[in-house]
Design a protein around this ligand. Structure first.
Ligand code: OSB
Ligand code: MG
Length: 370
């Protein structure tokens, strides 16, 4: 297939409620929406998960525009691409910038599946008809608010509760939640807020019977996490530290992680995500699909990925209504009894809602071969 045209739309969507982590609070979601056309007039869609500020990784919406416009799109326009797995070799001259790369690579996967007349899940080798989903809850004002939220999401059917923690809002929060919900599958995400100096504090988390603790230490560490894991009963799950298949392999070999949170954007695309999945499956390391507060297009890619067999823990891909008054796809993503049905129609399986896209769009660029 040949990419004849790429459109980037810059988007701004207000979230229903602000989302707070150990880093700060987000209320508006700024992101890029990508649309590509092939020589037959098919279209593929993708979403960049880079935020407007570089707190989660170094990438931002603006760095993604730069990378896409000046490097990545010119490397793909007019090229013959036989399989989305080949996109990585076209991007090989460019270091890093995984979210920018992934946004474009995901459009090629959607296009590829549509051309074959199969769902993206099937194109990836997915087998599940439905995926089990959990929810990630930001830091709340107080424990009572958090307990209320957890209660509400459990009633909606979510299968696993993840809470954000930070120094000063950790042991007491987890103790309070555990006593309110003794049986609920529970985990905590620190977004790199601790260091090995906090080891005595982190060891106290063991009493709360957490499914795992996500990214307790530095975003770029895999050595200290191995040291920490030896002293914790609670499994460590790496998020920020895993930016590639090679990172995953090294972290698993070192014993730095017993579970991996796979995010398509963070690892540079669906092909790399699948490689990590396959490697972990061979070694009995479970994986789950993380989230970046995506709008519908990114969410659709996450659903397809989660249909792979070793995504055997509930992920963070919640329903559209958890984030948005109105999402940009039709139908919206719906969670029923804690499950999302994996679409079977060709491609990502959700159509862009152009009226909603118009409403939330703040800028647009078109690229064609010259
Ligand atoms: O660390 O997994 C994370 C949101 C933004 C940035 C990082 C993370 C998160 C979440 C929310 O935990 C996941 C979601 O609901 O999309
Ligand atoms: Mg995380």
């Amino acid at each position: 297939m040949q990419i004849t045209q790429v459109t980037i739309r810059k988007m701004k969507m207000r979230m229903k409620e602000p989302f707070s982590t150990s880093f700060g609070t987000m209320q508006d979601k700024h992101f890029l929406l990508l649309e590509v056309c092939d020589e037959l007039g098919n279209t593929g869609w993708g979403e960049s998960v880079a935020f407007d500020a570089p707190w989660y990784t170094e990438e931002t919406v603006e760095t993604n525009i730069h990378m896409l416009r000046d490097f990545l799109i010119p490397l793909l326009l007019g090229k013959e691409i036989s399989h989305p797995d080949d996109v990585g070799s076209h991007f090989a001259p460019i270091r890093g910038n995984n979210m920018a790369k992934a946004s474009l690579e995901c459009t090629i996967w959607d296009l590829y599946a549509k051309r074959k007349g199969i769902s993206l899940a099937e194109a990836l080798g997915g087998q599940r008809e439905r995926i089990e989903v959990g929810i990630s809850i930001g830091i709340q004002k107080d424990l009572a608010d958090l307990v209320d939220k957890v209660q509400r999401y459990l009633e909606e059917g979510y299968k696993r509760i993840k809470v954000k923690i930070k120094p000063g809002a950790d042991v007491d929060v987890l103790r309070g939640l555990r006593s309110a919900f003794p049986q609920v599958p529970l985990m905590a995400d620190a977004n790199s807020a601790y260091s090995l100096d906090d080891i005595d504090l982190l060891k106290r988390f063991d009493e709360f019977d957490l499914l795992m603790i996500e990214q307790p230490l530095a975003h770029d560490d895999i050595i200290d996490h191995a040291v920490l894991q030896k002293q914790l009963k609670t499994p460590i799950c790496l998020d920020e530290s895993i930016n590639s298949f090679e990172d995953a392999r090294k972290a698993v070999e070192l014993g730095s992680t017993k579970v991996i949170n796979v995010k398509i954007g963070r690892v540079g695309g669906l092909s790399e995500a699948k490689r990590i999945h396959d490697y972990c499956m061979e070694r009995g390391i479970p994986v789950w699909c993380g989230g970046m507060l995506e709008a519908g297009i990114g969410r659709a890619h996450n659903i397809a990925l989660t249909s792979l067999p070793n995504f055997n823990l509930p992920g963070d891909t919640a329903g559209s209504s958890r984030y948005w008054e109105k999402d940009i796809i039709e139908p919206e993503v719906v969670v029923e009894n804690g499950y999302i049905t994996v679409p079977t129609v060709p491609g990502i399986g959700f159509s862009p809602n152009f009226r909603a896209i118009e409403e939330f769009m703040t800028d647009i660029w078109h690229f064609k071969e010259d």
